[in-house]
Design a binder for this molecule. Structure first.
Ligand SMILES: NS(=O)(=O)c1ccc(C(=O)NCc2cccc(F)c2F)cc1
Ligand SMILES: [Zn+2]
Length: 264
């Protein structure tokens, strides 16, 4: 209940949610609860093929809702293909969602199970479109890989990112961030995943996302996650500082969609 209240509080309070909450006629919204035993194995689903170039990493910034690590997506240097995808997709950014406590924070759930945080690697269809802003309006425009985070051993690869966070505590702060390989954040097994058609989980909530949610989680330490929570929703000028926590959307109705699995 507390988790739901926290998320609803943010919905009401955070400026970004003042917009249209329900997408008119939105019948493929995200996130969702993945009911594992109702997912349908599809033998046509291929292994994911990621080919990320750490040299395309550019900056890390606080957008007032999460922190984003942005990549140069002006050419096909960091790409995703395979899996459920017919086309080649370009990585543009990754970010996370997390809770104020380790008891909740993820956007997707597995049989209602909440994780303390969730990583989203955002890609757009560069075979069909020339800009993210174009692709984000189209059915097959985006592909987002979701990875659940659990609290456990320290994630060595994540530490470089954690060390950069104090420099972007406030909304709209940006720092240069280079040579970060996002592949280090993927679980060892990327062959097992669920996939379904959904939406962005923040406004404009456009229904243009092929979601690919990894079965295997990654582990980060309690202290690493605590640094996420030291970020602020608010800019340096605002008198009341608000901790950036519970920046997740509540699960949305499945509306008859089928969630497919790449594994039995
Ligand atoms: N949480 S998630 O992975 O579903 C997600 C991914 C990307 C975005 C995003 O890029 N928003 C800004 C943005 C910028 C330009 C045009 C847009 F439509 C737009 F949403 C929002 C949510
Ligand atoms: Zn996200």
């Amino acid at each position: 209940r507390k988790m739901q209240e926290a998320a609803e509080h943010n919905m009401k309070m955070h400026p970004m949610w003042q917009g249209p909450l329900a997408v008119p006629g939105g019948d493929r919204q995200s996130p969702i609860d993945i009911v594992v035993r109702k997912s349908v194995f599809d033998s046509q689903l291929k292994p994911l093929v990621t080919d990320y170039d750490p040299q395309t990493c550019q900056q890390i910034w606080n957008n007032g809702y999460s922190f984003l690590v942005e990549y140069d997506d002006t050419s096909d240097k960091s790409t995703l293909k395979g899996g459920p995808l017919q086309d080649k997709f370009r990585l543009c950014q990754f970010h996370f969602h997390w809770g104020e406590s380790n008891a909740w924070g993820s956007e997707h759930t597995l049989d209602r199970r909440l994780f303390p945080a969730e990583l989203h690697l955002v890609h757009w269809n560069s075979d069909k479109y020339s800009l993210f802003e174009e692709a984000v309006m189209e059915d097959n425009g985006l592909a987002v890989i979701g990875v659940f985070l659990k609290v456990g051993k320290r994630h060595e690869g994540l530490q470089k990112l954690v060390d950069a966070l104090p420099a972007i505590r406030h909304k709209d702060s940006v720092v240069e961030f280079t040579r970060f390989d996002p592949a280090c954040l993927l679980p060892s097994n990327t062959d097992d995943y669920w996939t379904y058609h959904g939406s962005l989980t923040t406004p404009p909530l456009t229904e243009s996302v092929t979601w690919i949610v990894m079965k295997q989680h990654i582990e980060v330490s309690h202290d690493q996650l605590a640094v996420f929570r030291s970020l602020l929703f608010t800019s340096a000028e605002e008198e009341v500082q608000k901790s950036m926590v519970n920046n997740f959307r509540v699960q949305q109705p499945l509306c008859g969609r089928t969630v497919r699995s790449s594994f039995t």
